[in-house]
Ligand binder design. Sequence first.
Ligand SMILES: Nc1ncnc2c1ncn2[C@@H]1O[C@H](COP(=O)(O)OP(=O)(O)O)[C@@H](O)[C@H]1O
Ligand SMILES: [Mg+2]
Length: 232
Amino acid sequence: MQETKTTVITVRDLYKIYKLGDERVRALNGVSFDIYKGEFVAIVGTSGSGKSTLLNMLAGLEKPTRGEIVIAGEHIETYNEQELVRFRRDHIGFIFQAYNLMPTLNAIENTEFPLVFRGISPEVRRKAAIKTLKLVGLSRFMDHKPTEMSGGQQQRVGIARALVVNPEIIFADEPTGNLDSVTTGEVLKLMQGLVHDRKQTLVMVTHDNELASYADRIIRIKDGRKIEDAEQ
Ligand SMILES: Nc1ncnc2c1ncn2[C@@H]1O[C@H](COP(=O)(O)OP(=O)(O)O)[C@@H](O)[C@H]1O
Ligand SMILES: [Mg+2]
């Protein structure tokens, strides 16, 4: 069946130049690409190639020096901090390398956290958190705190927290960087299956070609420039 592609992310001539004293670091040096609805795209490059800088700008966490970022029809490069907060809340889920879970909260409380800022009642929040934790295979760990879970289980909570708001787009920065290779494969397959089933768009950055092999498309960057863009 032939399907028309819907563009969800457009990046045009994106630059990020950091000033360190007299020195200028060109973390991104003119990057352009489009990402389509339902795609799982891996952005791959060695350490220092500009991956995190790029992802943070796509997620509205950092401002580009120059260039355009259009996500879900919104020109986020023109947004102020308040507009970016609203944009992130409405469109984005973010999965961090270091999980960023709150140590004093259990799995349910960590997962429902993004819903607290959306004016959703405690009962509805709790139901949504439980449903999402089941989805990531953590039925038996609902009341466990981060220190009472393995790394893989903690990252599943991180995934549940990103998914609970049912975002159009999920960004993940080296999401399995702290996990062993077996757990990494499990977490990647889980993310891949969930976003395909839910027709979400997943953009993951990694230095690891093995991880990237789970993606539908690989964009390679080197020294802040795109050097390859290929479906697989
Ligand atoms: N806040 C910052 N200030 C100055 N330089 C930075 C900053 N963040 C990143 N850089 C530099 O930008 C380049 C790209 O960094 P980064 O995006 O973190 O790469 P990656 O995630 O691919 O390892 C590196 O040379 C890094 O040192
Ligand atoms: Mg990085």
